[in-house]
Design a protein around this ligand. Structure first.
Ligand code: NDP
Length: 266
């Protein structure tokens, strides 16, 4: 009998994560002998040791360890190489192989928003990097707003307009995306409320990477009657692609998506 494969999500915080539910449901539906759990990780530098000590076959990595995961990998493939951010890893014969499925997951999520040409990304962490790079590849005009300067360097070196709260002009964006963790386990706005409100009033669509709750950012969107979505579709999109790596491309993306979607009803 084949041994059961074990997968996990690493993060801090990680108790909110729906990934175990999603992946376990797919494994069950598709008859895969595997199980997916969550691991609270304080220090990103400990990721690789924990991964191998738990005898994992693969993992997802969430806030704030995606860049540490990139550095822990023996090899990074595809889009993740470009951004230096890894959210999915596979144990390939004892070597850690890294991928990024967040960016394509996000594109899947915003398919419903039409005529997007310019985007303001709030936040300058791993998710912001992946999304901005992918949106640039799609030919969109991307600007980045962050509470502090240091993490903006990456984006200004890419040639993007970057702003802090102190110098951000109010202009019209087709889409504003919150990629900060503000609102994840607190009631914080990702930018000062006055600035945020002025930006939102001039924009058409808004999206939050956070899922499963109406964040203060989304509450403000709702109050201002802006079309918005939370991070659930992004979660689904990145999860389907990650599961495809976990199951070694044995199933079609459609089969995985169908099974994973069912878990959103729980
Ligand atoms: P990182 O830790 O890499 O980056 C966090 C960013 O948020 C930084 O730019 C930081 O600013 C900013 N930030 C943190 N707290 C605040 C605050 N209170 N006010 C304003 N800015 C703040 O995180 P990730 O990019 O990995 O993840 C960000 C969020 O996206 C998380 O909530 C995560 O759960 C969510 N996510 C959801 C996904 C989905 O599938 N739906 C997929 C990926 C991520 P500074 O630079 O100043 O420190």
């Amino acid at each position: 009998m084949k041994t059961k494969k074990l997968f996990a999500i690493f993060g801090n915080p990680v108790s909110h994560s729906r990934s175990p539910l999603m992946h376990n449901h797919v494994f069950k539906r598709l008859g895969v002998n595997a199980c997916y759990t969550r691991i609270h990780l304080e220090e990103g530098k400990d990721f690789k040791t924990r991964f191998f000590s738990q005898k994992l076959s693969g993992a997802n990595i969430t806030v704030p360890h995606k860049e540490a995961a990139f550095h822990a990998c023996d090899e990074v493939r595809g889009f993740a190489q470009k951004v230096g951010v890894v959210n999915t890893v596979i144990n390939e014969d004892g070597r850690l192989i890294g991928y990024n499925t967040d960016a394509d997951g996000f594109l899947f999520a915003i398919e419903a928003f039409s005529h997007i040409k310019n985007v303001l990304i709030i936040g300058a962490g791993g998710t912001a990097k992946a999304l901005s790079m992918r949106l640039l590849e799609e030919g969109l005009d991307v600007s980045v707003l962050n509470r502090s300067q240091p993490n903006l360097k990456y984006f200004s070196e890419l040639g993007l307009q970057t702003y802090t709260w102190e110098n951000c002009p109010v202009k019209a964006y087709d889409l504003i995306v919150n990629t900060t963790s503000a609102g994840l386990s607190d009631e914080a706005y990702p930018a000062p409320i006055a600035l945020l409100s002025d930006l939102l009033k001039s924009s058409s669509f808004a999206a939050d990477a956070i899922y499963g709750k109406l964040t203060p950012f989304l509450k403000r969107c709702k109050e201002l009657d802006i079309v918005y979505k939370d991070g659930a579709d992004m979660l689904l999109g990145q999860g389907v692609l990650a599961n495809n790596y976990f199951t070694n491309e044995e199933f079609s993306l459609q089969e995985i998506e169908k099974a994973m979607k069912e878990s959103f009803a729980f």
